[in-house]
Each structure stands twice: as structure tokens, then as C-alpha cells.
Write a protein that binds this ligand. Sequence first.
Ligand SMILES: *Cc1c(COP(=O)(O)O)cnc(C)c1O
Length: 381
Amino acid sequence: MSTRVRSAAPLAWGMPHPLLDLPLVSAGELVALEDRAATLIGTQSDTLVLGAEASLPLEAVTASLGGPGLEWLNIVTSPYGHVFADLLGGHGTVVHNVVTPNDRPVRIEEISAALAEHPQVTALAIVHAESLTGVVNPLSDACALAREHGLLTVVDAVASAGAEPIDVDSLGIDVCVIGPQKGWGGPPGASVISISETAWRLITANPNGARGSLLSLADIKERWIDTGRARVMGTPPPLELAALGAAFSRLEDEGIENVVERHRTAATAARAGLQALGLRLWVGNERDACAVATPVRLPAGIDSARVLMRVREQARLELTPGTGDLAGLAVRIDHMGARACLPFVMAAITGLGVALGELGARVDISAAADAVAAAYATSST
Ligand SMILES: *Cc1c(COP(=O)(O)O)cnc(C)c1O
């Protein structure tokens, strides 16, 4: 049996459809989006808006800046670091990974030690906030160290932008990649990448850099940046970019510092609530925890899938299963974007508490609700 998705009203050819018959994105519109993105992340560097998920600019970095004969230091604090290492390696770069346990950020001494061991390294790649493990890496110290060693810095800020303070120019980040669908509360299917003068120089001088490819940043420079951003390359998706503009308006109206503060409050409240329930946080040390998502360990003998199903049925909301090393051991509260607010955090914590109680765990739901409320009472968001 086939199911057909039907719109509420029958479609008539000749009538503009609000989702289909959109004008193509103009150069002026794209320039405006890029300039707004640059302001949100605090950079004067060229900032590109792409009509593709953030994995594309991440791979474009590896294809445009890496290659045989080059050595990079790559910090691995979650599966995203491994993916990035594979992409770099696939384009011929020699990758030295610094792999940490999955419940804490990298330590600066670990980066220093790796640099001492591999003095030929020319670039440092690091993820800012780890949405899968709830960890935040020490970005400003890592960038300062990279500057001391004259390294190119590549930051995966896909999840962190909007949830953690990020000021690309004051940190001295050369390449910063962002996905709007996490801390920015925007649409998936678009992304942002900022590229410093230094990074552009390396891109254009890279004999093995991608050319004639969607992964070629050099092509984008030649055809978009160097021609004064006068003619759009390809066909950027109007729906995603319209949604990106709406996300930017929401961020600008609230003020990016307030957005970051709102995420911080949500994380603090989630941590307090989970601990008051009687659970153990995946990231024990508050200083190490990011404001994007909070994973929590499940009590022994509790089935993760059943917990999530009960929360879905009863509280009518989605918690996220632990992925990678956390599969089966933890569930996650993704308090990012529009979910970084009291009603979501309260419903998530109490919903989790009710589900765990039903499944036989000992939890204190009213203490948890009090702890969430108290965290919000002492904050301004
Ligand atoms: C979500 C995420 C990605 C992947 O972004 P997509 O938009 O799904 O391609 C990469 N890195 C980090 C840290 C993320 O959180």
C-alpha cells in the first residue's frame, strides 16, 4: 500500500506554493547572510554560507588544506574527532591524534606533549563543544598554544556556536566551521565557515588542494570571494537559507551573549536536576561540561531504549540515546537552540525521573524539580 503525503489544500499550478516557488537566492542575499554570520562569530575574515550540512565544509578543509607531506595534530574527544582524522588521512595528510577518555576534555599539557613529539606539525584541529559526550574543550588555551607554535587552527564549532562564547578573531582561529542546527537553533542543511588570510594563503599555495570539486575552497575563493561576491556559484537552497536568515534574526534579537547565557543556565539546571534525581553525570566536573547537551549515566540494569520510550509516551518529548561509547550506558538531554529553556529542561528531567521510577530505579523527582527551578531562580534567563 502506498501512502501519499498531501498538503492541506490542493495544489494548483499557477498558484505560488510557499515552499516550492521561491525565487533563487541572489548574490546580495547571500552576502548579507555571510556578513551576519561573521558578526555572530566575531570575525572580520571571509565567512562563507554554504547550502550543505556542516560535514561538507569540514571535509572541504581536509581536501583544501591537507595533503601528502603535511602533518596535523588532531584532538579526538569524541567520534567527530575520529571522523575528521579519517577525512584528513583520506586526502593524504599524516595525522597525529591526541585521544582523550570520553568523559573529559583534552588537557593543554597533552597538546604540548604531542607538539614536542611531532615538531613537524603545521596545524591543530579541535572540536569546541562535543554534543555527543557533553564535553567542552579549552579552546582559548589551545588556540594560544597553537599561535605560540605558529600552527594553523581549525575549529569544529558546529555544535558550540550560540551555546559557548566564541569570538573567532580574538581567539585567533584560522578556520571555524559551524552548523546552524545546534546552539544556533537554526536549520540543518546549511553551514558556515570562516577563513583567515593565513588559511587562504595556504589554500591557494597547496599543490595538492582540491580543485574542480565541491570540496575546493580555492574554487570558492576564485569564483566568489575574488570576484567581489557578485555572482552566486551553483544554486544555494532558498528554503534552508531563508530558515538560516530567520535563525539569525532570532539570535540578533536576543543578543548572542544572552543566547550563550541561556544555554549555560539550561546546562546548569540540567546538571543540578539530574544530580538531585540521584543520577551520576557523564561529565563529572562542571568546568569540563559544555552547554549544548548533558549526558547522564543510567542506573545499572536499566534499559536505555525503554527509558526513552517511556519519556516519549509520558512526557511527550525526545531524549537522545547515548551514541558511540555512551550507547546503552547513558541518555542525553539536548538542551540546545529553542530547547535551552526552563519548560524543556523541567519536562526532560521530571519525565526522565518518572520513567526511571517506573522501571524500578530510586529517584527523587520533587528534589529534581526543585533543583531545576532553583537554578533558574538564580539566573537572569
Ligand atoms: C553535529 C556535529 C557535526 C556534524 O554536523 P552535520 O550538520 O550533521 O554535518 C560535526 N561536528 C560536531 C561537533 C557536531 O556536533
